[in-house]
Design a protein around this ligand. Structure first.
Ligand SMILES: [Zn+2]
Length: 369
């Protein structure tokens, strides 16, 4: 059974199993939380145990972070990747989509990854991507693709995305562009049906009302086009269709309450796929996604960074220092950073959420002795 720490429940793993380097003198000052918390071992007060201290400390951290504008998203309904953590925008400003713009980077991802998928041992299954981008008044601009994930459930006629890894991926991508929102999904059909199926409709109509403008963008990929010699360029034979080689993506929109999908014209614009930098770290993200999500719901204002071979997660502490977890295929390393300096913790806890809370507990306990 996996150990979990729920600060609000007052239940914690015993501290002390994870040795750390001694905090720098400046950190001791930084850890001196000025807000009275009633539990400190001062004259006349009862001593406080490490668990209680952690509980108090985390409570204060959470309150402080909330005062700084952080907050825990409440809406966890499907689709997780589409959960909008920014202040809600009144939907009244949105008109039905007149066109969809797709960046060149996004198109390259879709065609390249569809080709790779077809050559893989799961090539007979459907695959797909969540689309992130900007929802303008009458236009959607697709700027990032999030893969369905290795944990997807798929067959020849269905696909269910791995929503946890997609939610975690969306956090990394949205951090640099808070305008990004979920616009819709692309999925593939093994045959030649270039339109969403009746089954697709029954699923999509259930959640499309959660998207901005209460309208979604849907792409269908097929590999049914007769390939011409040297046909490696992207072409647009119809206003809602883009092709490359034997591959074809047909695009539609669906509004809440619609009885069917509507063909939507496409334009191609220069630009990257903003989620492309995540691809080299994708396996690492898959390994840690559920624990990253758990931490993100418990700790507001986490910061996420993409490293050349992994991911970094930063937990800001009170008044300056930060705890950083560096995740690679080799494992998880933990650092305490402050004022441009970093101290490496000897903790090797592979479960990133457990490691973060163990270190917080250890440091809190150390400060209390
Ligand atoms: Zn389908």
């Amino acid at each position: 059974m996996e150990a979990e720490i729920e600060p609000g429940a007052g239940r914690a793993e015993p501290a002390g199993s994870c040795p750390v380097v001694p905090p720098h003198q400046s950190l001791r000052a930084a850890w001196d939380i000025s807000e009275p918390h009633g539990g400190c071992e001062e004259a006349g007060d009862k001593p406080i145990g490490p668990r209680r201290w952690l509980h108090e400390l985390l409570g204060q951290l959470r309150r402080w972070l909330e005062q700084q504008g952080g907050g825990v998203p409440k809406d966890r309904r499907f689709p997780l990747a589409g959960r909008d953590e920014s202040p809600p925008t009144p939907p009244t400003g949105y008109q039905p989509l007149e066109r969809v713009a797709v960046t060149t980077g996004v198109l390259q991802t879709l065609f390249d990854e569809y080709e790779l998928h077809r050559r893989s041992d799961r090539g007979h299954e459907e695959t797909g991507w969540v689309l992130l981008g900007w929802r303008e008044e009458r236009e959607a601009v697709v700027r990032a693709t999030i893969p369905a994930g290795a944990g997807r459930e798929a067959g020849e006629a269905h696909i269910r995305f791995s929503s946890t890894v997609q939610a975690a991926a969306t956090r990394f991508v949205r951090q640099h562009d808070r305008r990004l929102t979920m616009l819709g999904v692309v999925h593939t059909h093994p045959g030649s049906l270039r339109h969403p199926s009746d089954g697709d409709y029954r699923g999509d109509i259930e959640w499309v009302g959660q998207l901005r403008g209460r309208e979604g963008v849907f792409g269908i990929g097929t590999a049914d086009r007769k390939q011409s010699e040297g046909d490696t360029e992207i072409t647009q034979p119809r206003s809602n269709m883009l092709t490359r080689g034997s591959l074809c993506f047909s695009w539609y929109s669906l509004c809440e309450g619609d009885r069917n999908y509507r063909r939507v014209p496409l334009t191609v614009v220069d630009g990257p796929d903003l989620a492309a930098p995540l691809r080299p770290a994708w396996e690492v993200l898959e390994d840690h996604a559920s624990r990253i999500e758990r931490l993100a719901f418990q700790q507001a204002r986490l910061r996420f960074d993409i490293l050349p071979r992994g991911l970094a997660l930063t937990v800001p502490l009170v008044e300056g220092p930060a705890l950083q977890a560096l995740m690679t295929k080799e494992g998880v390393r933990y650092l305490l950073t402050h004022g441009g300096e970093a101290w490496s913790a000897e903790c090797r806890e592979p479960r990133v959420d457990c490691g973060v809370y163990q270190l917080l507990a250890n440091w809190a306990s150390e400060e209390n002795t």
